[in-house]
Design a protein around this ligand. Structure first.
Ligand code: ATP
Length: 453
């Protein structure tokens, strides 16, 4: 059981600059959050770890960064215009609106009334206008998932890279859903980031790859610091599958508010490429596709027998914000140090830590010590280990406390001994053990490279 509460996380995130309510000074906007100075680093590090494992460490995946504004036809043929809705129920008493699947025992989750409307569909997509004239023709959407642009760019990617099956296209970016009940901090929000891989395979090999990605993704989450016992794999019953899916696993994590979806791994079969394809009748599509009168292209690929086929696709799709919430939940620790003392420490994996090394002067505003701090910081930056921060707060105890709370794995302290004695040495303090030892300044690059890389 994870003991961390949402209140502890929300408070730490605001106090230390990880996550703020959007438009806070105007009372906030529901379901929209901004990442602060340390949140942006943590989120970038999580995305970099994903990109590294999905793109750089593989020889069969290419990247993409497509637009958020989405042509209406894309979401018409993907099925989102017709089906991307949650059935909603209104409470006639308190006027609250809730997802029908969140109503338990026929009672309003807010006031307990049983005077509820029948569930009605509610489309989750944000509409906007492209160009100055407001008309139906100029209607566009903010994408509700990053996946569709991967499908519509499939042919361009294949033609420009000469890829053969199996291969994947990876993308990280913002998605928008007008969620009815945004809740649980950054867990369910209206503007969020997804990291999605569309992995295209020969029909018939889809089930094998679906299993592969389920295992690979659980392992990746473990590498981000989530222990296996806090993860659950939920297989969606056939009746609850999304309109495009043949099968789906949810990787669930024990969030402070309960075991909930962190990442979905769907077998989308040939549904999307098929739907966006011209002359579908040429292909033996297993999926039921909309007839497409607008597409100019066949989203197909030549198989080993020189036959054009529409690949099946397996999609690991992670919510980046939910990932940030999960690693924070896991890392948050309150430690009793005895004699009435305690500390909060964020035991993030070192590759995720927003600040890798804090360089701290023992005495504030001492010119010689500060000059040495600057020199050390600039040298450490060259190692490419990530952010190295220079402190000048003057109170060493407070600086250690602050860096424990934001998860900085190592603090390097420069004191009088550093500048007065040869060879020059500094104190290195470890976040988790709080142990300190002296290291020669000349040895720092080797020491830190070994530690971080
Ligand atoms: P849920 O059932 O929780 O609404 P979903 O099944 O609709 O999620 P998918 O469409 O599979 O979600 O999207 C893939 C991933 O995107 C999810 O696993 C989740 O991590 C993330 N995600 C989806 N909706 C949101 C949201 N409103 N806020 C934050 N992350 C989201």
């Amino acid at each position: 059981m994870v003991a961390t509460t949402m209140d502890q996380l929300v408070s730490l995130c605001k106090r230390r600059g990880f996550i703020f309510q959007n438009a806070d000074i105007y009372g906030g906007m529901q379901g929209v959050y901004d990442y602060g100075p340390l949140g942006v680093e943590l989120k970038n590090n999580l995305k970099a770890a994903w990109w590294r494992s999905m793109v750089y460490e593989r020889d069969d995946v290419e990247g993409l960064d497509a637009a958020i504004l989405t042509n209406r036809k894309v979401l018409k043929y993907s099925g989102h215009e017709d089906t991307f809705s949650d059935p909603m129920t209104d409470c006639r008493k308190c006027k609250g609106r809730f997802r029908a699947d969140h109503i338990k025992d026929g009672k309003c989750p807010n006031c307990g009334s049983t005077d509820l409307t029948e569930p009605r569909p509610f489309n989750l997509m944000f509409k906007t206008q492209v160009g100055p004239v407001e008309s139906d023709e100029n209607l566009a959407y903010l994408r509700p998932e990053t996946a569709q642009a991967i499908f519509t760019q499939f042919k361009n990617v294949v033609d420009s890279t000469s890829r053969k099956l199996p291969f994947g296209i990876a993308q990280i970016g913002k998605s928008f859903r007008n969620e009815i009940t945004p809740r649980n901090f950054i867990f369910r929000v209206r503007e969020f980031e997804q990291a999605e891989l569309e992995f295209f395979v020969n029909p018939g090999e889809d089930e094998k790859w679906h299993e592969h990605w389920k295992e690979a993704r659980v392992q990746w989450w473990e590498e981000q610091g989530l222990p296996r016992e806090h993860i659950n794999i939920y297989k969606t019953p056939d009746a609850d599958l999304a309109h495009y899916a043949k099968a789906c696993y949810d990787i669930e994590y024990q969030f402070p508010h309960g075991m909930e979806e962190l990442e979905g791994i769907a077998n989308r079969r040939d549904y999307d490429l098929g739907n966006h394809t011209k002359n579908q009748e040429e292909f033996q599509l297993e999926a039921h596709c909309h007839e497409n009168k607008d597409s100019t292209t066949k989203l197909a690929i030549m198989d080993d027998n020189n036959k054009w086929i529409i690949p099946f696709v397996v999609e690991p799709s992670m919510g980046v914000d939910r990932g940030v919430l999960a690693v924070l939940t896991e890392a948050y620790t309150e430690e009793d140090l005895g004699e009435g003392n305690s500390r909060i420490v964020l035991k993030l994996k070192k590759h995720l830590a927003p600040i890798k090394v804090a360089v701290i002067p023992l005495k504030k505003n001492n010119e010689q010590i500060m000059a040495k701090c600057h020199e050390i910081k600039n040298n450490l930056l060259k190692l490419g280990i990530g952010r190295v921060a220079l402190e000048n707060t003057g109170n060493i105890g407070k600086a250690y406390r602050r860096h424990d709370e934001v998860g900085t794995p190592l603090c390097v302290t420069v004191d009088f001994e550093t500048i007065e004695q040869q060879p020059e040495t500094v104190t290195i303090r470890d976040r988790d053990t709080m142990e300190q030892h002296r290291v020669a300044v000349a040895d720092l690059p080797r020491y830190l490279k070994e530690y971080f890389l």
